[in-house]
Structures are given as C-alpha cells and as structure tokens.
Write a protein that binds this ligand. Structure first.
Ligand code: NAD
Length: 400
C-alpha cells in the first residue's frame, strides 16, 4: 500500500534543496521550499526563476512547462504554509543537531500522515527519526548532485521505517523520473560506502608505494570510469572527503583508517578544484608544492608496485565492501549494481561491480589476503564464494 502525495515541502533552499524542488515542480507537483528567513526564502525563489528562465533560453524546457513549474513552486519562512503537505524532504546543513531541531519542528507542524525524508549524505537517520513521534514515517531520500540530472535515489531505511513509507517514496521517486534503490541504514549508506575504500586505497598507494598517479588515473579511465580517483577526489572536494572519511571511520573503526595523504592535503587547505589545488594543481600560483615533492618529503620509504596490480587492489577493496554489504543485508545484488552505475558512473558495459568480479573472486581474495593489511581483510562471504567457486548471479539471473 502507498500513500498519495499531492504536495511536497523541501526544507532548505541551498544547492540540493533548490535542485530537488525544481525537479518536483517540473514533474507537475506543487512544492513549497521552507527557508530560515523570508529574505533567504525570496533569494531561493529568485534563483529558481533564473534557473528556469535559463533552461528555457537553452532549449532544455518548453516555455509553457516553465510557466507551470513557476506556478507550482513557492517559498516560505513559516511552517503554517506546510500544513497541507504529504511529504517533506529536508536538505538543510549537514549537522546532526540542526537536522534534529528541524525534524522536531516538522513533527510538530506537519499533518500526522506526512512522511519526513532527509537528504543527509552521512548522518544517522535513526537518531534524526528518534526526535519525532513518527519514526515509522522517517526515511533517507538521498539524491545525488545535481538532482535534476542524476537519476539515482538511495532510500535509506531505519529499523523503524515502515514498508508503506518505503513504497510511497519508491513510487514518488519513479514519478520524479528517478530510480530508487533500497538500502538498510549503515554509515555512508551504499554508494559512498563502496566508493570510499576504493578512493582510500588510491590514496594509500601514494604513501606506501612509488606509484605514478597518472598511471592509476589512466587505469581507471581504461576501466571505463568517468574520472580517475585523484581527479574525482579533487572534484568532490578534499574537505568533504576528509569529513566524510571521519564519519565513516567513526562507524567502521579500525577497518577504515583514512590514508595519511588526505589529512596532509586538508591541513594544507588544498581542497581540490574549488580552491586551486588538491592532488593536482589547477592554478598558476607558485605557493602549491608539487605532489611528488610532498610524497618524497613525508613518505620517503615506499615500495615499488605494478600499476595494474595496484589498480586491481583498489577494485578488490570495492568488491570486498560490496560483499560486506551483502553479508549485512544492506542491499540486494541488483541494487548494488544499479546504485554503482547510476550513482557513481560505474561503466554500464560492465553492468556493475559484482558482475565484473564474478569470475575473479579467487584472484580478488588472494589480492586482499596477500596485502597483509587489516583494512583489506576479506569478508567471510567473499572467502566462501572464492573457495567454493560459487556464482554471484546464477544462470544470468540477477537474483541474490
Ligand atoms: P547548502 O549549504 O547549499 O544549503 C543548506 C540550506 O539550508 C541553506 O540555504 C540554509 O539557509 C538552509 N537551512 C539551514 N537551516 C535551516 C532550517 N532550520 N530551516 C530551513 N532552512 C535551513 O547545503 P547543500 O549542499 O544543499 O546540502 C544540503 C543537504 O544535502 C546536506 O545534508 C548534504 O549533506 C546533502 N547532500 C548534499 C549533496 C551535495 O553534493 N551538495 C549531495 C547529496 C546530499
């Protein structure tokens, strides 16, 4: 059974909130964006109108559709205007206390049937749900950036989220033109959880080996990824990666120790593309030290490694995390494949990481074990599959 969603509120009109609200209005649903003040609410409205007008001038949407979207989009700083919404999507600052306060207010001001979704990238949805009197109606609805074009939504379910809430959000996501996947709550959720060990391994290679970064960038691109790992980290932002790995480390402990180069770049305020330098230097400013000089200065004792072997180790760490997720029943094999394709740009021709790994499990297990690193200890399920030469997908069926 699903609930009917006739009107949606988006809480927070920043980068994500604006994009989500714009998407909803373009899919012919009324949406009201709630901001902290009337001034910020009006700023959100101006930004929305500019973006819609720009989309029309670029031929991305028809002017008639733009007019409808404008009529369906409203802003407010007052909870009274949310009294008739069926679902709220919260996209305020990534701060647990701010989100808890917002959810308490939503619980007090929205009708009892309304679903409360959060777009958090990393915070505990259970803790957010616990401040409400309707934890069964609280769910993670993790959009990817930019929400208009990225087609994946991770639906994060706590132990208290009801089936009706999940099914309602799944149907709404499809009506918004998106592909929802079901993810049982865990730190970093699914897509970022699988991405993180791969990127962390790429960073460890810089302090532990003499590897040439360009060789790994090229290996990733040959594999079919849109970006190499260091370019991706620079694009995501070294500061964001730094804070995310801290959250992940809190959740997974010893197993996920952030690579030392990450804090080196963070302390040096090399935040990536956004401020001129990260792993690579994007500005002519001579103040940025060459990455190789940093490596030689801080990590002089490094081993030689073959780039293909190094890249296989990175991919093995991702596959290992996928098996840990299967062991913990975080997501189905299908949803892992879909999530990695649509959320991260995993090469569609390879279907997904588990399809890629299917005939390589013994080699992946050996690679992880031979590294001798705690962070690469293979999951029990992976070892079992490798030893028994079990198939992940029997007879071309994608069922787990
Ligand atoms: P942002 O800083 O651009 O916007 C946050 C907005 O929330 C601001 O406009 C602020 O005024 C508003 N706000 C803060 N407190 C509020 C309150 N009490 N009531 C109403 N509005 C309030 O942030 P963002 O990048 O849009 O991220 C928002 C959320 O989306 C975060 O939880 C983030 O982790 C998540 N997220 C971000 C991305 C991304 O790539 N930016 C991707 C996925 C998820």
């Amino acid at each position: 059974m699903t609930q009917t969603i006739n009107k949606i509120a988006v809480i927070g009109g920043g980068a994500m909130g604006q994009g989500i609200a714009m998407l909803i209005s373009q899919r012919n649903l009324p949406v009201v964006v709630k901001e902290i003040s009337e001034e910020l609410a009006q700023k959100t409205l101006r930004a929305f109108r500019q973006k819609i007008d720009r989309a029309v001038s670029r031929g991305q949407i028809m002017s008639g559709d733009a007019q409808i979207a404008k009529e369906l989009f409203s802003v407010t700083a007052d909870y009274a205007d949310l009294a008739d919404v069926d679902l709220a999507i919260e996209a305020v600052f990534e701060d647990l206390n701010v989100k808890k306060k917002v959810f308490k207010e939503l619980d007090e001001n929205l009708p009892p049937h309304a679903i409360l979704a959060t777009n958090t990238s990393s915070l505990s949805i259970s803790q957010i749900a616990d401040v409400t009197n309707r934890p069964d109606k609280v769910i993670g609805m993790h959009f990817f950036n930019p929400p208009i074009t990225m087609s994946l939504i991770e639906m994060i379910m706590t132990s208290k989220t009801s089936e009706e809430t999940v099914e309602t959000v799944a149907r709404l996501s499809q009506n918004l033109g998106k592909t929802p996947i079901k993810v049982k709550e865990c730190p970093a959720f699914l897509v970022n959880r699988l991405l993180m060990p791969y990127l962390n391994e790429a960073m460890f290679l810089l302090s532990e080996t003499n590897l040439d970064t360009q060789k790994i960038e090229q290996a990733a691109q040959r594999f079919g990824w849109p970006l190499g790992p260091y370019s991706l980290l620079d694009y995501l932002g070294i500061d964001i990666a730094y804070h995310t790995t801290k959250v992940i480390q809190d959740g997974y402990g010893e197993r996920i120790v952030p690579a030392p180069i990450l804090s080196v770049l963070y302390e040096a305020k090399r935040f990536g593309h956004k401020n001129g330098a990260g792993f690579f230097v994007y500005s002519n400013d001579k103040k940025y030290e060459n990455l190789e000089d940093i490596r030689n200065r801080l990590f002089p004792n490094r081993e030689d490694i073959d780039p293909d072997q190094a890249y296989f180790r990175m991919m093995s760490s991702m596959i290992n995390e996928a098996f840990l997720c299967l062991e913990e029943e975080i997501a189905s094999t299908d949803d892992i494949e879909t999530g990695m394709r649509l959320g991260l740009g995993f090469p569609a021709a390879l279907v997904g990481p588990l399809h890629w790994a299917q005939d390589k499990l013994p080699a992946i297990k050996d690679c992880l074990e031979e590294s001798g690193k705690i962070r690469l200890a293979p999951s029990k399920l992976l070892v079992q599959y490798a030893q028994e030469e079990k198939q992940i997908f029997e007879d071309d069926s994608d069922d787990w």
